[in-house]
Design a binder for this molecule. Structure first.
Ligand SMILES: Nc1ncnc2c1ncn2[C@@H]1O[C@H](COP(=O)(O)OP(=O)(O)OP(=O)(O)O)[C@@H](O)[C@H]1O
Length: 935
């Protein structure tokens, strides 16, 4: 049984005398049902009373195995010996953070704030872990070492190491693992598995255990330890995995610690994973210190055996949960740890200097003290606000995790977040020891794409057997399949779904894996910008100085002779001392100008980082650059991320260290998404100029990831098109692009001639979003007509589509996020265009919701692209048909942001048809004007 609720009152700890002597207690009031229920009183007994310092009203609290008693007709609860009290169970603390926190809370804080730079111990540690996993999966030691060292070629090259030297180091460490494994194999039956991702809904913990042997968590450490017992923080880490394994149930099959009891009360969240006896936690853990096997027995004294077991009692598990609670409470409060929370001794800490410098520069209280003078108050204020916004974003990611167990499989599938009811087709172990799992392809749509890391499970992503998996093949989408069927006249096979994992799973379900990766990166990027950024750069970022330009660098030069605004954009970029902002409305030659700029900078001897939010934009920019004759390029990215025709520039990380580094350092242009700019490899580089495309879609931290690496930067984008992709509504939804263009109009330029839309089509966008400044680049563009296309006759169109911009009201009804009647009408409209001679490929359909997209896809003639606005950004069609879905009113956030509509309308070159409900559209002035125009 558990009690869960929102804390409404926290008492003061008090001492009472009991038959066991004086004892401390703390009384709380909880409101069950997420704060809606009537308050219940919960008494916390010693061990848990320290929570008085950590919890505030409004926090969510869970108590397992409480004692229940009736008191004056009221049911009260108190903690029992078995109880765990969990603060904010939905805040998923990383196990490695608990480990850092018990060493020192500032260690945890600094670890999250500062990115680990590329260094040899980290790379070696990763290699040893990889080889360890391979050994557990039965792979040959030498083969595993050779393979992983080759994979790390680029990193090793950047660190100036040779492959042989590193292979030797890894082999020495791996010996400990080999010996340990062979001991276990003798005698009793062994049962183990490598890495396991564990996400715990009860304790608010998540992490990846290195291995599990006979139900016991095993952690690998590449350091040495000559004591009999494992290091304290290592035990804490293993105990966290023990908690998680207990929660999962299936692995905790050793003699266990006592269980928790039976039924559920009104205040309870039942958990399906519990068996009748409740969770059983593994009662031991193993630490494997690989460096011990490298030591010489004659020189070292102490316990040289690498493997050290320890006992995990209920008391230790409770201690670990208390530490986890402190982290959750600190994070939810937005506090910065001081180090006084624990008894850590700063003298022995190898992080002492960093700790003092960060405390000094940010004027934080720290047990270690402070060094240096604080950065200006506005910078600290900026950090505080940005950190708070990032933490809010983290909570949104945690809510995504919670959906893994709160939503049913069907709900996840409806949300496009899972492919369910898959039919497993088998599994086989690959040469590298990993597993390849296969299931039958499906027609269902989801957000899952090839190359993604997802959760593969036998039915439930957290309660069943689940593994992190990489998607290799997704079968074919229903549209592709249909077109194959029409061309062959036979029902075609949808193709298999193929994923790879560390351990085999019966592949019945795939779930989107909500990663905190972006959030983690944002923290370190913002920290780097403020604490490591140059004074010059920060003066501009924080509004203390206008960006400077040295006009003599381009005196009398023309870069683009047929477009003054584009020419000005290149001029600004090459004369900039700090930054340039280029706003490119739809079809204005943003990509062309960007490529011209990069080429000019390179011609002047600069090294350029070319970045963008999406892989697609990076590859488009590269294509334009190649078209302009420049191909001295290195493309950083995964094989599945990089477009096929750009793979020839892709930097392989595998191979001889020196060769890899030579390839990377040799190129004048390095191209990568802003997400890849945060990788250790790209972070170790520096550039003269960073050119960032799609900057209007990037958060400030996202943009800084690229910008931090260069002396100057050029941002290209349009803040009147799609905004940054964030889950929460806060500061992060404004891009650096928008902030700077508003602050420094003199450092910016608007590309005002567009090469896409006819005069009639572009008018509305120009008026509404660009003060009427956007114009067709010439009469040929302005006068574009469908009739100009070979084989197309405007006369063949029905009267309601005769104009280049038209409106059709199908009198449909919105049902959730669909409007089936409207979808039917959209199909008719599309068919009319095809009948008039347009090729399917020339027509695109845009709808605001995925559900309506699928509704239309089911009806649309083959070859016609149907998608949401976000997926259409950056592309165009001769004709666009827009389904607006809404009827009656325009309810929903998607209609509030008019910029999406700007993107949708400006995809069309010669024809645009708006399909929607007149009444709904007239209900809001912006859409009213749109309607007027369309009619
Ligand atoms: N100065 C120019 N002279 C002639 N053609 C140009 C010029 N600039 C751009 N174009 C052409 O205009 C078209 C649109 O250019 P580009 O793809 O660079 O636009 P964009 O602004 O990046 O588009 P989007 O809004 O989709 O991002 C391309 O066909 C390009 O060749």
């Amino acid at each position: 049984m558990t009690v869960r609720g929102v804390v409404s009152e926290v008492g003061e700890p008090k001492t009472v005398s009991t038959r066991y002597g004086d004892r401390e207690l703390l009384e709380l009031s909880l409101r069950p049902d997420g704060g809606r229920g009537d308050p219940v009183t919960v008494t916390l007994w010693p061990k848990w009373t320290e929570l008085a310092e950590w919890i505030d009203p409004g926090m969510d609290l869970l108590v397992t195995d409480p004692e229940e008693e009736e008191w004056n007709g009221e049911t009260r609860y108190s903690t029992s010996k078995e109880s765990f009290v969990v603060v904010e169970p939905s805040y998923l603390v990383n196990v490695t953070d608990v480990r850092a926190w018990v060493q020192c809370p500032r260690m945890y804080y600094l670890g999250n704030l500062t990115a680990t730079p590329l260094n040899y111990p980290v790379v070696k540690g990763t290699l040893v872990h990889e080889v360890f996993g391979d050994l557990l999966r039965g792979r040959d030691l030498d083969e595993a070492i050779e393979d992983h060292v080759a994979d790390a070629g680029l990193e090793l090259g950047l660190l100036g190491r040779t492959a042989d030297e590193v292979a030797g180091d890894v082999r020495e460490n791996a010996r400990a693992v080999e010996n340990w494994l062979s001991q276990g194999a003798l005698g009793q039956e062994d049962d183990w598995r490598s890495e396991r991702t564990l996400i715990g809904e009860r304790f608010g913990l998540k992490g990846r255990a290195d291995a599990i042997r006979r139900g016991v968590p095993v952690e690998l450490k590449t350091g040495k330890n000559l004591k009999k017992e494992p290091r304290f923080q290592d035990k804490v880490q293993a105990a966290c995995y023990a908690l998680l394994l207990g929660e999962y149930g299936d692995e905790g099959r050793t003699t266990g610690v006592a269980a928790d009891g039976g039924e559920t009360t009104a205040a309870t969240e039942p958990s399906e994973s519990e068996s009748d006896d409740g969770p059983t936690y593994p009662d031991t853990g193993t630490l494997l210190y690989t460096k011990n096997s490298v030591l010489d027995r004659h020189e070292e004294t102490g316990d040289l055996s690498p493997a050290k077991d320890f006992t995990i009692g209920r008391g230790f598990l409770q201690y670990v949960v208390r530490q986890r609670n402190q982290i959750a409470a600190t994070a939810v409060r937005g506090d910065v740890p001081t180090g006084y929370e624990s008894g850590a001794k700063c003298e022995y800490c190898f992080e002492q200097d960093t700790c003092m410098v960060v405390a000094g520069r940010l004027d934080e209280e720290s047990k270690a003290g402070q060094i240096g003078t604080p950065v200006p108050e506005e910078e600290r204020e900026y950090l505080r606000e940005t950190f708070a916004a990032i933490e809010e974003e983290r909570r949104s990611v945690h809510r995504e995790y919670a959906k893994l167990w709160e939503q049913t499989a069907e709900e996840r599938a409806d949300d496009d977040r899972a492919l369910i009811d898959l039919e497993p087709l088998g599994q086989h172990q690959r040469e590298d020891g990993r597993w390849e799992l296969r299931a039958k392809g499906t027609d269902a749509v989801s957000k899952i794409r090839e190359g993604d890391v997802v959760l593969a499970s036998d039915g439930h992503p957290t309660r069943g057997v689940a593994e992190l998996a990489r998607v290799v093949e997704l079968g074919r989408s229903s549209a592709e399949q249909r077109s194959a069927e029409t061309s062959t006249g036979e029902r075609s096979d949808p193709g298999d779904i193929v994923v790879t994992t560390d351990e085999p799973v019966d592949l019945r379900r795939l779930d989107v894996y909500p990663s905190e990766f972006t959030v983690d990166r944002m923290l370190t990027t913002v920290h780097d910008a403020v604490l490591k950024g140059s004074q010059d750069r920060k003066d501009v970022l924080f509004g203390r100085r206008d960006p400077a330009f040295d006009e003599s660098r381009a005196a009398g030069e023309t870069f683009i002779d047929n477009n003054a605004a584009q020419d000005e954009a290149v001029r600004l970029a090459v004369t900039a001392e700090d930054c340039t902002i280029v706003q490119g409305p739809p079809g204005t030659g943003k990509t062309y100008t960007l490529a011209r700029t990069v080429r000019e900078l390179v011609d002047r001897g600069e090294r350029v980082l070319l970045s963008a939010f999406t892989n697609r934009a990076v590859d488009n920019a590269l294509e334009a650059l190649v078209d302009q004759g420049h191909d001295d390029i290195v493309r950083v990215g995964t094989e599945s991320g990089v477009r096929d025709d750009m793979l020839r520039f892709r930097l392989s990380k595998r191979g001889d260290p020196d060769e890899r580094v030579a390839e990377l350092n040799g190129a004048s242009v390095v191209a990568a998404t802003t997400a890849s700019c945060g990788s250790r490899i790209v972070q170790s580089l520096d550039f003269d100029t960073a050119v960032v495309d799609e900057a209007g879609q990037l958060t400030e931290p996202g943009t800084l990831a690229a910008v931090n690496l260069a002396d100057r930067f050029v941002l290209v984008g349009d803040h009147q098109q799609l905004p940054p992709v964030v889950r929460s509504e806060n500061e992060l939804s404004q891009s650096l692009f928008q902030r700077l263009i508003e602050e420094y109009p003199d450092a910016s330029v608007l590309l005002d001639r567009q090469y896409r839309m006819s005069q009639r089509i572009q008018w509305f966008s120009s008026q509404e979003f660009y003060d009427g400044q956007l114009r067709p680049a010439g009469p040929d563009v302005a006068g574009r007509r469908l009739d100009d296309l070979p084989g197309v006759s405007e006369d063949a169109l029905p009267p309601e589509l005769a104009n280049p911009v038209s409106f059709v009201d199908p009198s449909g009804h919105r049902e959730g996020n669909t409007n089936p009647v409207e979808a039917d009408r959209v199909r008719e409209v599309v068919q009319s265009y095809l009948d008039a001679g347009l090729a399917p490929d020339d027509v695109g359909v845009i709808a605001p919701f995925r559900a309506q997209v699928s509704e239309i896809q089911r009806r649309a003639p083959e070859g016609v692209a149907v998608d949401t606005v976000d997926r259409f950004q950056g592309s165009d069609k001769e004709v666009i048909v827009l389904s607006t879905v809404a009827t009656g009113d325009l309810d929903g956030p998607i209609f509030e942001d008019h910029r999406r509509m700007n993107v949708a309308l400006t995809r069309a070159k010669r024809g645009l048809c708006l399909v929607g409900d007149e009444r709904a559209l007239s209900s809001e002035p912006f859409y009213g004007r749109l309607l007027e125009w369309a009619r």
